[in-house]
Design a protein around this ligand. Structure first.
Ligand SMILES: Cc1cc2nc3c(=O)[nH]c(=O)nc-3n(C[C@H](O)[C@H](O)[C@H](O)COP(=O)(O)O)c2cc1C
Length: 181
């Protein structure tokens, strides 16, 4: 069997554009990468873990304390195995956690524990996006060396068309490929 190009871990957080992570997963797998998914509990309000389980044929970790996982659930082993961790979409809340070193879910723990490259694709309401707290948090995570794929102008969950719409799947995928080179 052909060896997978790279080990990519996608962290899905609780935003309306979480369904687009499904397309991204498929795209990266078509490119020959091994893709696994972890989700915040809030993300499962938008897309099910089963969807990603089926797309990747890999267990999806939501609860890092789950005793029933048949594979090694340790956030450290995930962190060590990944070549790249991409947060798609990244909520304002999750970015605030990253900026402040909070680790209270599997994705934030893995990101703190990994030496892999990190890509963050924020998506949120335009007022959230322009809030000074968010801006400061974004600025701070850039200093950690995290690569940001900025949101674009597009339809938001609130009905407006404004900046805050998740970047296109093809752009995110392209940026992931660039980072992996
Ligand atoms: C319908 C709906 C859509 C939401 N969309 C977003 C979003 O696109 N971006 C965002 O930052 N928060 C969004 N939120 C708020 C987050 O779900 C909330 O902050 C949650 O606590 C994020 O959890 P997480 O960061 O652990 O995934 C949305 C909430 C609801 C109810």
């Amino acid at each position: 069997m052909k060896k997978a190009n790279k080990q990519i871990l996608i962290a899905v957080t609780g935003g309306i554009s979480a369904y687009k992570a499904c397309e991204l997963v498929r795209d990266l797998m078509k490119k020959g990468h091994a893709v696994s998914v972890m989700m915040t509990p809030e993300a499962t309000q938008f897309v099910t873990a089963l969807t990603f389980r089926t797309l990747t044929n890999q267990p999806v970790i939501v609860d890092m304390f789950d005793q029933d996982l048949s594979w090694d659930p340790c956030h450290i082993s995930l962190a060590e195995r990944a070549d790249l961790v991409a947060v798609v979409p990244a909520t304002a809340n999750f970015i605030a956690k990253l900026a402040n070193g909070l680790c209270d879910d599997i994705s934030s723990c893995v990101i703190m524990a990994t030496k892999a490259k990190i890509l963050i694709a924020p998506a949120m309401n335009d007022n959230m996006y322009s809030h000074p707290a968010f801006k400061q948090n974004l600025k701070k995570i850039k200093t950690f060396g995290y690569q940001i794929v900025s949101p674009i102008k597009g339809a938001l969950a609130c009905g407006k068309t404004a900046i805050g719409h998740l970047a296109t799947v093809s752009e995110i995928s392209r940026e992931i490929e660039k980072l992996l080179k």
